[in-house]
Design a protein around this ligand. Structure first.
Ligand SMILES: Nc1ncnc2c1ncn2[C@@H]1O[C@H](COP(=O)(O)OP(=O)(O)OP(=O)(O)O)[C@@H](O)[C@H]1O
Ligand SMILES: [Mg+2]
Length: 260
């Protein structure tokens, strides 16, 4: 009898990162299956963005192992890393759009750089993706500063999914948006993950969004994952850290050892 075994896409083992005396990630472990959508939650400054940046190679961990598709990424040369990074689509916290590029140029950046599409084809594809994220083609020649925050998030999302990457990284995709726009972005994330069959890692402070977009959740606190579990169990969890997070209590305070 054939049993389908889950495939590990990303595996972190004893990963640590400090800045000066500040320990941000302290021997963390995390396994993400292929096709899984996981949300990383935690208080402000707990290292969620540092973790995402470590996965995409923008931050170099001090120690530990970080494997993607079984390959140890800390061993990659610069050239290998550039090639490797074509697997990622990233929505950075704050959008991080290129101010001096138009909307379609922002979206088409990876299509031209990585996929080597010419300008005409890249623009066509960018406009097609704009319609997928419900952005009107009339703004294709505008600049990011001319768009509202919600529209900029859609552009950032469009840029992240444009190259149809295997791994999608969303750092606070709905922060600062009104509930209606947040819902639109969440639906677009779900659609993108499903259509691409991608593995997704999202950082969010918003429990409603987490429950919507993620299968599983990992809560980061003082350098460690203090709780991991299914997204639909988060509100019923008796774990002190989870309850504090869900109830909006600062996670920066020290708590007794958490219960699951
Ligand atoms: N390049 C850097 N140099 C020095 N310190 C850094 C650097 N990047 C992050 N840090 C520090 O690491 C800690 C974690 O930062 P990080 O941005 O990952 O937090 P976060 O969990 O994403 O917070 P938020 O929810 O506010 O986005 C912070 O104390 C931050 O100041
Ligand atoms: Mg952050």
């Amino acid at each position: 009898m054939n049993t389908i075994r889950p495939e590990i896409k990303i595996c972190l083992r004893n990963l640590s990162k400090s800045f000066g005396n500040k320990i941000v990630l302290d021997n963390i472990n995390l396994t993400i299956q292929k096709g899984e959508s996981i949300a990383i939650i935690g208080g402000s400054g707990t290292g969620k963005s540092v973790l995402l940046k470590s996965i995409i190679g923008l931050v170099k961990p001090d120690s530990g192992s970080l494997r993607i598709d079984g390959k140890e990424t800390s061993m990659l040369t610069h050239k290998e890393r550039m090639l490797f990074n074509t697997r990622f689509g990233v929505l950075f916290q704050g959008g991080a759009l290129f101010d001096s590029l138009t909307i379609w140029e922002n979206i088409a950046f990876g299509l031209m750089q990585e996929k080597k599409l010419n300008k005409k084809n890249a623009k066509e594809k960018a406009i097609q993706i704009m319609s997928e994220v419900e952005l009107d083609a009339s703004v294709s020649n505008s600049y990011p500063s001319e768009l509202s925050g919600g529209m900029q998030k859609r552009v950032a999302l469009a840029r992240a999914i444009a190259t149809e990457p295997e791994i999608l990284i969303f750092d606070e995709p709905t922060t600062g948006l009104d509930p209606v726009t947040s819902n639109v972005i969440n639906d677009l994330i779900i659609k993108s993950v499903n259509v691409l069959g991608a593995t997704a890692i999202s950082v969010s402070h918003d429990i409603a969004s987490v429950k919507k977009i993620a299968d599983n959740v990992a809560l980061l606190h003082e350098g460690h994952f203090v709780w991991q579990g299914p997204a639909d169990k988060i509100e019923k969890s008796q774990n002190d850290y989870v309850r504090n997070f869900v109830n909006g209590v600062s996670n920066n305070q020290s708590l007794p050892s958490g219960r699951s």
